[in-house]
Write a protein that binds this ligand. Structure first.
Ligand code: PNS
Length: 166
């Protein structure tokens, strides 16, 4: 039988850019697990080129982790389950928003499970105020000059404005 420890969890994502919904999931994961590794994907997934580089996306998250001394942030470009193994994590934690996330996450879950049955994926329900918040929605708002208060950290809001105005 495998060891039973809360141990290390990986919180993976594109985080392009990180939103307050992501920060909420990372913070809640850090309460439950001894150690959290936030994995920032350094590869275009779902055929999407990112607005920010992996280094920028990592830095945005690191800037919001004050007081969370059991969380580290790293980029990765291999399979998520391999990244989890490299970091000694047996659990992947993701946030689930409205029903639309379910189908994609269900598919990823089955693929990851097939490759690595020893790594479990778990899901935290998004807090109600973040249930409809997404990085792509935020980028669209930013492009048209929408107010990003309460959606992304202030430093991310100004970097988004700069990047999309260019
Ligand atoms: O929703 P996101 O942020 O685009 O999700 C990214 C990620 C890596 C969490 C998702 O694509 C996933 O769960 N992928 C599993 C398959 C895999 O390992 N892909 C390679 C990523 S480098």
């Amino acid at each position: 039988m495998a060891d039973r420890t809360s141990g290390t969890a990986v919180c993976p994502g594109s985080y392009d850019p990180v939103t307050l919904g992501h920060i909420d999931i990372i913070t809640r994961t850090a309460v439950v697990f001894d150690k959290v590794v936030v994995g920032v994907v350094d590869q275009p997934v779902r055929k999407q080129k990112t607005l920010f580089t992996a280094e920028q996306r990592v830095a945005f998250i690191e800037g919001e982790l004050e007081g969370l001394d059991n969380v580290t942030v790293k980029s990765f470009h291999n399979l998520l389950v391999e990244f989890a193994r490299e970091n000694g994590a047996r659990t992947i934690v993701k946030g689930l928003r409205a029903i639309s996330d379910f189908e994609y996450e269900f598919e990823m879950n089955q693929l990851n499970r097939k490759m690595a049955p020893d790594i479990e994926s778990t899901y935290l329900m998004a807090a109600p105020q973040y249930s409809f918040l997404s990085s792509s929605g935020v980028k669209e708002l930013a492009m048209f000059g929408g107010d990003l208060t309460g959606l992304v950290p202030p430093q991310v809001a100004s970097r988004l404005k700069e990047a999309l105005e260019r």
